[in-house]
Design a protein around this ligand. Structure first.
Ligand SMILES: Cc1ncc(COP(=O)(O)O)c(C=O)c1O
Length: 464
């Protein structure tokens, strides 16, 4: 019988995170202040603790995972590497489909891989309370869980559309002791402004980030900091434990290297977590196709310009060099709430500028069809975000059949969808549609949002 699962023991867990910044052929451009001067680490100090800022700006290739933290991550790590044998058979493909199952964490996704380190480093720095935003509710529940483990308070601003569509995520946060409010809220000046502009706004991650940063920096005690679930370098770093484990597991399965790597991309963290250790191999000569997959209605890597833009809607964050649909972009009310983000991690963006990645976007209906096929072959109910990776995997597996090639495909199963059933209900009831963005309106809105901001150079070595 072919093995379906490849496990590592606790002792085999990676003891260091991998930092792609050390290996990118062209160095990253720095974040800027609104007046265009490079940001210094000290400027970030009201928002993040210095130990995480050090990771954010680090150029070291390997960063040690503290022993105590490793023990805490071992509650659910190493996560299993699984083989989707039944999907392979259903697709009649010669491809071998492997996936890293990140749905096994207590919160049901990859998010605790960074939530726990972030909470831990904040506590080490003497912080008592964290604020954050959440889209689908996965990050908010992960941070609530992490804060409960390390003994911090947690306040979560949850994007309105997801707050309404996913009430159970709020209950999860509360169960772990977190406080959850719908964003935009009346609790912050930013939130009140968004509501004044549009009282019925579905909200966006950009708006929720503005509220969470404001709530952190306005705490007079100085004991509150903000925590972001994606986009930033230190979040990508923490997530690389996924790809580092996967490498060891593939080796155990007798596979020297995968041919294709796939991950869905919202802010970029689960994709980066799986992909970056393999991007390193690609930089060093390995032939691997690496696909970040985003929704057709939020096509950051595939249709947006590479720009300097704010990470939030109000403009409280530094200007980050990234692909961006513009900080005012409000994506369609997709069920894949975690993919409704206007920007993309600067590290993922720079890897894409280099040509190391092949970004693609997919329509919502194809992704739900893939989720259903997955459930009816492999069994699990995937998160709507994860369905984008599955749909791309199915496309690749069919291509392998047509080409008669025995490829090894590895994708990131970023989370389960057991609390996302309203999307499945809408799909099965025929009430979902695709959201296309007409080119003209789309361009005009993006240009208006980015107008007057500095422009990064498109630096690439030209090797890929
Ligand atoms: C299950 C799941 N997958 C993917 C994402 C997208 O985020 P990122 O691109 O940071 O991995 C989210 C975000 O909430 C998520 O909950």
């Amino acid at each position: 019988m072919e093995p379906r699962m490849i496990h590592l023991t606790t002792d085999e867990m990676p003891r260091q995170w991998y930092n792609l910044a050390a290996d990118l052929p062209t160095p990253m451009q720095p974040p800027l202040t609104p007046d265009g001067t490079p940001l210094t680490p000290e400027m970030l100090a009201p928002v993040f603790p210095m130990n995480l800022i050090e990771q954010e700006v680090s150029q070291e290739r390997w960063i040690d995972i503290p022993e105590e933290l490793l023990g805490m991550l071992a509650r659910w790590r190493p996560s299993p590497l699984k083989r989707a044998l039944d999907l392979e058979r259903a697709l009649d493909t010669p491809a071998k489909i492997f996936y890293k199952d990140e749905s096994v964490s207590p919160a049901g996704s990859h998010k605790p891989n960074s939530a726990l380190p972030q909470a831990w480093y904040n506590r080490e720095f003497g912080i008592k309370r964290l604020t954050t935003e959440t889209g689908a509710g996965q990050w908010g529940s992960a941070l609530s869980f992490a804060c409960s483990l390390v003994g911090l308070e947690c306040k979560v601003f949850m994007v309105r559309i997801s707050y309404d569509q996913k009430p159970y995520r709020k209950i999860l946060m509360q169960t772990w002791g977190g406080e959850c409010v719908a964003s935009p809220s009346t609790e912050t000046a930013s939130g009140r402004k968004f509501l004044e502009q549009d009282p019925d706004t579905p909200g966006s991650l950009g708006m929720a980030i503005s509220e969470a940063i404001e709530a952190a920096v306005s705490d007079k005690t100085g004991k509150t900091r903000y925590s972001l679930g994606s986009v930033l370098n230190h979040v990508m770093l923490h997530q690389t434990i996924i790809g580092l484990e996967a490498k060891k597991q593939l080796a155990k399965a007798g596979i020297a290297k995968p041919d294709v790597i796939i991950g869905c991309a919202g802010g970029g963290s689960n994709f980066a977590g799986l992909a970056f250790p393999f991007v390193c191999d690609k930089i060093n000569g390995a032939e691997i196709e690496i696909y970040p997959v985003e929704p057709e209605s939020c096509p950051t890597l595939t249709r947006a310009p590479f720009a300097y833009d704010y990470g939030d809607t109000t403009g409280l964050t530094p200007l980050l060099p990234m692909f961006s649909l513009g900080h005012n972009f409000v994506p369609a009310p997709l069920h894949a709430g975690g993919l409704r983000y206007h920007g993309m991690a600067p590290l993922v963006s720079q890897a894409a500028v280099e040509g190391l990645l092949k970004p693609m976007n997919l329509p919502q209906l194809e992704c739900y069809a893939a989720a259903i096929q997955w459930a009816r072959t492999e069994g699990p109910i995937c998160a709507p975000e994860t369905s984008h990776a599955i749909a791309a995997t199915i496309r690749e597996a069919i291509k392998a059949r047509e080409e008669g090639r025995e490829k090894v495909i590895l994708f990131n199963y970023s989370g389960h969808g057991l609390l996302d059933l309203s999307g499945y209900d809408a799909y099965l009831g025929g009430r979902l549609s695709n959201y296309e963005l007409p080119e003209d309106d789309f361009r005009a809105a993006v240009d208006a949002s980015l107008q007057g901001l500095p422009k990064p150079e498109r630096r690439a070595s030209g090797k890929w």
